[in-house]
Write a protein that binds this ligand. Structure first.
Ligand code: CP
Length: 300
């Protein structure tokens, strides 16, 4: 029994296998490989894309979905622990998809549950299914995963998607640029990880002069919900706003990714440029999540 809690839970070969399956699901999205299975979608934090694309993926595979999108309507509000909640849910279903605000909660859930668990985001830590759909989007738009130049922009401190993606792309010899205000820089542990792998990275605060050499411009939202002090959020909330005029020097093949939701870090004027790919990226989430669920449940 295998869970997907951190991107490190999948080897490079497993990632490539999932991406291959995702491409097959994109060509033929209605394959009822999981008829008779039940999947729990339990979200202790808000979500639009992750929850709905996982539930769509499960439905397209022929599984049924149970769960909640607001723990206030569950016995958690009566004081039930995460451990007991997970043990109960695991009694009823074949696989659990969980989002929770606490870092490490998904790993804990996987230890308690006797069914596979997929981490749909645990605090500022990891979001591995997002990473697989990001890899799928990168390969689809660039025709390769090796030797990608990626510029990550915004909240690199609390943005769990960039943490997982950095680790995955390190398997494919990516070159990184990190663009963030001093308060939101990539945490030291991830930079140490790249140094250990011998992979180059640059850090900047200016966005305008760091677009031209990118294959992928990965924008992120400042994660308001992770700030203890609202004044600190106010200081950095408008750090970057990508505008159409800033794309003049971009490579013609450069694509802009964003895990979404966006607030104001990508101006709506960018949406109709050939560089914008974030809505297609979100659509790719369904095929990728079909592939992840099918793989973890051994449905071939
Ligand atoms: N990308 C992502 O995790 O979006 P949601 O928060 O809407 O699920």
């Amino acid at each position: 029994m295998k869970s997907l809690i951190s991107i490190h839970d999948f080897s490079k070969d497993e990632m490539l296998y999932v991406l291959q399956c995702a491409a097959e699901f994109e060509k033929n999205p209605c394959q009822t490989l999981l008829a008779g299975k039940v999947i729990a979608s339990i979200f202790f934090e808000p979500s639009t894309r992750t929850r709905l694309s996982f539930e769509t993926a499960a439905n397209r595979l022929g599984a049924r979905v149970v769960g909640f999108s607001d723990a206030k309507n569950t016995s958690v509000s009566k004081g039930e622990t995460l451990k007991d909640t997970i043990k109960m849910v695991a009694n009823y279903v074949d696989l659990i998809v969980m989002r929770h605000p606490l870092e490490g909660s998904a790993r804990y859930a996987a230890e308690v549950a006797n069914v596979p668990v997929i981490n749909a985001g645990d605090g500022a830590n990891q979001h591995p299914s997002q990473t697989l759909l990001d890899l799928y989007s990168i390969r689809k738009t660039q025709g390769r995963l090796d030797d990608i130049r990626i510029t990550m922009v915004g909240d690199l401190k609390y943005g769990r998607t960039v943490h997982s993606l950095l680790q995955a792309l390190s398997l494919f010899d990516a070159r990184f640029k990190f663009i963030a205000p001093p308060e939101l820089q990539m945490p030291a542990e991830y930079k140490a990880y790249l140094r250990q792998k011998g992979l180059p990275f640059e850090e900047h605060t200016d966005l305008n002069n760091n677009i031209g050499d990118a294959d992928i411009l990965y924008m992120t939202r400042v994660q308001q919900e992770r700030f203890q002090d609202p004044i600190e959020y106010e200081k950095v909330k408008n750090s970057y706003s990508l505008k159409k005029s800033m794309l003049a020097k971009a490579k013609p093949t450069m694509k802009i990714l964003h895990p979404l939701p966006r607030v104001n870090e990508i101006d709506a004027g960018v949406d109709d440029t050939p560089h914008a790919y974030y809505f297609e990226q979100a659509r790719n989430g369904v095929f990728t999540r079909m592939a992840i669920i099918a793989y973890l449940l051994n449905a071939r």
